[in-house]
Design a protein around this ligand. Structure first.
Ligand code: 6PG
Length: 247
């Protein structure tokens, strides 16, 4: 396992400020070292205020390639689209060049074709870089990351970069639509992971995942501890409520 840091913030606001700073720093470090930054973004409802902060930053987006950890199989104008949310709060306000935006094709009815097409886009991007610079993730109350839900076979996927989770075969939390997702192989292909978790509802999953038992099938968030990744867990005090005495 690579290095792991757990940072507990007194409030959601200070956590969101710190998350934006950490993402900016990772981008700046990558651009200084290699001229470009390859960043994987998350979806969900926690992250938009962080993207709003980034949209006001001095980041040179011409040097940043953006990817997503997962996508709901809806169109880009659907309110459930992770890409659509990011386009509204970050891509358009910051004028991120379209050529630097690599989204899943959530509209492709053949979900496996969509997943494989995205894998090809990732492989093309990693030909020179070999791995992402940063993967930003949220975590569900069931300890899922990306769209790797507890018990799903993709949790054991070590060959493919991406996969599809089908709502007619697997119980998917709201929005219960087909999903496209990075696999553990992709989640491990990064220098850094930033995991952003807020709120009391997530405290049990944080406690279970950071416990002594390693069982990614039950606690998919444990997958983020890739062998060579530096992982930072950003928690607010509510999300950390069940572990504070144990660190
Ligand atoms: C998604 C996300 C997902 C999210 C977690 C946390 O498509 O929903 O990629 O992995 O990060 O479910 O979501 P919240 O931030 O809304 O709690």
């Amino acid at each position: 396992m690579g290095r792991r840091a757990i940072v507990i913030h007194p409030s959601r606001e200070t956590l969101l400020d710190d998350a934006a700073v950490q993402i900016e720093t990772a981008i700046d470090t990558a651009v200084r070292a290699r001229g470009r930054a390859l960043i994987v973004l998350t979806g969900g409802s926690t992250i938009p205020p962080v993207y709003e902060r980034l949209a006001r930053s001095a980041i040179d987006w011409n040097r940043v390639e953006l990817f997503w950890s997962d996508e709901r199989c809806v169109g880009p104008d659907d309110p459930d689209s992770n890409y659509g949310m990011t386009r509204e709060v970050l891509l358009q306000p910051a004028r991120v060049p379209d050529a630097n935006v690599h989204r899943f094709d959530g509209e492709e009815p053949d979900r496996d074709r969509a997943a494989r097409a995205y894998a090809a886009e990732i492989e093309a991007a990693l030909v020179d870089a070999s791995r992402f610079d940063l993967i930003v993730l949220g975590m569900g109350t069931d300890a899922h990351v990306a769209s790797l839900f507890p018990g799903h076979p993709l949790i054991g996927e070590s060959d493919r970069w991406t996969g599809a989770v089908l709502a007619d075969r697997f119980s998917i939390p709201k929005p219960s639509v087909d999903r496209l997702t990075l696999t553990p192989r992709a989640l491990h292909a990064t220098r850094e992971v930033l995991l952003i978790v807020t709120g009391a509802k997530k405290a049990p999953a944080v406690h279970g995942a950071l416990g002594s038992v390693r069982d990614p099938l039950q606690w998919p968030v444990q997958l983020v501890d890739g062998p060579e990744s530096r992982v930072t867990w950003l928690l607010d005090s509510d999300a950390a409520a069940e572990i504070e005495g144990e660190l």
